[in-house]
Ligand binder design. Sequence first.
Ligand SMILES: [Mg+2]
Length: 271
Amino acid sequence: MGKLRPMRGCLLDVEGVLVRNKAYEPVCGAVEWMARLGRSQMPFCLVTNNTTDTPAELLERLAAAGFDLAPENLVGALELGTELLRARSLRRICWLGVPRLREYWQEAGFELTGGGDCEAVVIGVNPELCIADLEDVLPAVLDRGVDVVCLHRNLFYLDALDRRRMGPGCWSAALEALEGRGRMVIVGKPDPRIYRAALKRIGVGASDTLFISDDPVADLVTAGRLGMRTVFVLSGKHADHEILGRMDQDDWPDVICGGLADVNLDQEDAS
Ligand SMILES: [Mg+2]
């Protein structure tokens, strides 16, 4: 380790770091840790691939779990995806995410339609998604070459009962394998787009920022490659560090901790 240099900003994943899973049970010690972070002068932001709650709902769920956060403390794949679709003037979308967010899209000014006449196919987490839903968008993907906007490419996630469920990464890979004429656009982690948006939000450069996540593959590889210091916590998807054996050593996280309570921001420093 070289000369010690304190971190100036902190980015955090939500599920598996603050809360255990989609039941939003707080990780042991995480509420107190976040309260300390909030009282400190360090700019921070949650970086979430959550596509099952609106940003306001997510903050409400976190508040119910004991986390006192403001809207500016959150950068999410759903809001970035919304901005991206608006910027590209894609207003007629086929939403393959959870049905309960149809209202969110309509209130945001989008027209929801099927695969036959949509301008973009938008994928988010959806436990109810079935093969027939994917087949519905085949004409759009194969014949009309519309873009597939994948809000994130997590291969799996833990549901409220701690079951591993296939995520948008699996569904988008299936559509990508068809080699349609449209583009596959990724919005959330691990695409750099959301990391850059979060760094811009906290106003701190990558080399002065700590990124904390329970997913070394989908979250921390990009953070590390962008120059951030990375912390892998074993409070979510992985109970041990066996996953590292399947990763390129260059992409290993800088620090491994049991959970957020074990991360000492005063001691986390750039090496
Ligand atoms: Mg996570």
